[in-house]
Ligand binder design. Structure first.
Ligand code: PLP
Length: 454
């Protein structure tokens, strides 16, 4: 192969996230060169339907001119500034107001950051600062869940409940506790109903809190629908019941809306869909349709008041990022929120998602598919070797990767783990494009089945 090709230069110069770096040396990357609505093109001109909206993020597709124009306008006016040291900028203020207008009503103030990981780190630090403010410095531990994904910085990576993000990274580090993943399909005991499963998880959480001491636990963090950990949709009354336990012990609810936020689940936030009243909420990704890096941590009035008073006493709120509330990122995010409203993106998702979810569930007839799960425009097919015993495909079979690569060959980008295939298309996807997506899925599942039966 040509040593001057972009792929060869990539291999020579880059270390890639979430990549088998040894295999990457031979295979090299696909170079994505251009965006076009829900599609992207590689550098040979081949077109792919982006069934993952990039990294669960590009809600408005890959060629939204209004976002480009918003960035250019702000670049020309004030290309960079900060909100430190008694200064602020109009885009940051307007974006904070716009966020608070659509956020769950329990939230009253905004802190910006640049990524989902930072927003979650920031959430944790606020829990700590808040409990110091209240004079209970021991109430610091944060409960995460198995299969939760909250990022990869040292502390957000510790909140993440996935082994591969911990092994050989010296994580988890810091005050973290862990509780159950709410997948009835994967973790329900034989014969256990969904209601009994929820009862058990709620009891396990309360037992954990009592065992560890409620006075040592400051918060609980959860994605309304787990993304990277498997697109896990919780039982209907799971969150209200979990939240009742948390309230009883004055443990804050942090909703990680980094994937679910801004319409993904069919309502503005996953909190709206699942009955969560967060004390803290984190958003990123679709906040700017991922066109520029920006994230936010939203907090309730009691937290905002306590930290303001405490910072007053200390003489300083010694926390913040150089690029927090960056004016160009903020302007693009603000335009993104305007587009959601003007084009009634939530209404569109509510409509197209009925078709998307029905199509997804039609694969339950396929011999490889044990569960088809999802809500709104996010979903997964659980791949099994045996439907009755719910035995998931073993990692060693390599079927997930095979399916992902076969889809890519046929012009569809999806994500697969060893035992599941995930879908999270741009929110602007049409009914016809949903059909196009699942037509390829039907073909590649058969390729996976043939390999599994070999
Ligand atoms: N939280 C959730 C739910 C995510 O899905 C992600 C990223 O995929 C993160 C946090 C971390 O965000 P980032 O990669 O921007 O740091």
């Amino acid at each position: 192969s040509n040593p001057n090709s972009l792929a060869a230069r990539d291999v020579a110069s880059l270390i890639h996230p979430y990549t088998n770096l040894e295999k990457h040396k031979e295979a090299g990357p696909t170079i994505i060169a251009q965006g076009d609505g829900v599609y992207v093109h590689d550098d040979s001109g081949k077109r792919y339907l982006e069934g993952m909206a990039g990294l669960w993020s590009t809600s408005l597709g890959f060629s939204e001119k209004r976002l480009v124009e918003a960035a250019v306008r702000q670049m020309e006016k004030l290309p960079t500034y900060h909100i430190f040291n008694g200064r602020s900028t109009e885009p940051s203020i307007e974006l904070a107001e716009a966020l608070l207008k659509i956020a769950p009503k329990s939230l009253s103030k905004v802190l910006f950051a640049n990524s989902g990981s930072e927003a979650n780190d920031q959430a944790a630090k606020l829990v700590w600062f808040y409990n110091n403010a209240l004079g209970r410095p021991e109430k610091k531990r944060i409960i995460g869940r198995h299969r939760g994904y909250h990022g990869i910085t040292v502390f957000s990576g510790s909140l993440t409940g996935l082994a591969h993000n911990h092994v050989d990274w010296d994580l988890p580090m810091g005050p973290v506790l862990r509780t159950d993943c709410p997948s009835h399909y994967l973790y329900g005991e034989p014969g256990e109903t969904e209601a009994q499963f929820t009862d058990r998880l709620v009891k396990n959480l309360e037992d954990l809190i009592l065992r560890e001491g409620p006075e040592t636990i400051g918060a609980f963090i959860a994605e309304p629908v787990n993304g990277a950990g498997g697109v896990i949709v919780p039982p209907k009354d799971y969150f209200p019941r979990i939240q009742a336990v948390l309230r009883k012990y004055e443990i804050l609810m942090i909703a990680d809306e980094v994937i679910c936020g801004f319409g993904r689940t069919g309502q503005m936030f996953g909190c709206d869909t699942f009955g969560i009243e967060p004390d803290i909420m984190t958003v990123a990704k679709a906040l700017s349709s991922a066109y520029l890096p920006i994230s936010a941590t939203l907090i309730s009035a009691p937290i905002a008041e306590a930290i303001t008073a405490h910072a007053g006493k200390l003489g300083n709120f010694a926390h913040g990022f150089t690029y927090a509330g960056h004016p160009v990122s903020s302007a693009v995010a603000l335009e993104t929120l305007k587009i959601y409203e003007e084009r009634d993106i939530i209404g569109h998702v509510a409509e197209v998602s009925a078709h998307f979810q029905a199509k997804l569930r039609s694969f339950l007839d396929h011999p490889l598919v044990g569960e088809a799960r999802g809500v709104g425009l996010i979903g997964a097919l659980q791949l099994v070797t045996d439907k009755a015993s719910r035995t998931v495909l073993p990692a060693a079979a390599g079927i997930g990767a095979l399916i992902q690569n076969a889809a890519m060959e046929k012009g569809l980008i999806v994500r697969a783990s060893p035992d599941a295939v995930y879908f999270c298309p741009p929110l602007i996807i049409t009914r016809a494009q949903v059909d196009e997506l699942f037509a390829v899925v039907a073909e590649v599942l058969d390729i996976g089945l043939a390999e599994a039966q070999r």
